[in-house]
Write a protein that binds this ligand. Structure first.
Ligand code: ZN
Length: 124
């Protein structure tokens, strides 16, 4: 299992959540762009992680993400989808994160370099 540890209080929730269906559309759109085929996409409360990815490609996202800003949702989505290509957080993983999420230079996960912005940009 790969996942993204939650950092309590690091992210400020939005007042209004996006619908789960819209979130799934975001996941599918990013998957098409990255060139991966996720299996099932689950959205449910998770205690310690924003998301996780099973070895069989099943993605689970914390329902709290629906209340996060778009660029933070994108960061978690891209992170998990990249795990369908790469199991670890090595240099290639970090390079791809930055390629897909070039934009704001605010580090959210120190391991993963630049944060994302949204809407999606064409990969440089
Ligand atoms: Zn990861």
């Amino acid at each position: 299992m790969n996942g993204i540890e939650k950092q309590p209080d690091a992210w400020q929730p939005l007042e209004e959540a996006v619908p789960a269906d819209l979130f799934r559309v975001e996941v599918r759109a990013w998957a098409a762009r990255i060139g991966v085929e996720p299996g099932e996409i689950h959205i449910r409360p998770m205690k310690r992680k924003w998301a996780s990815c099973s070895s069989r490609g099943r993605l689970t996202f914390d329902i709290g993400l629906l209340r996060q800003p778009a660029y933070q949702r994108a960061e978690v989505i891209v992170h998990e989808l990249l795990h369908l290509k790469l199991p670890n957080h090595g240099p290639l993983f970090r390079a791809l994160m930055q390629a897909y999420l070039s934009g704001k230079e605010t580090p959210i996960y120190p391991n993963h370099g630049a944060a994302s912005h949204f809407p999606m940009q064409d990969t440089p």
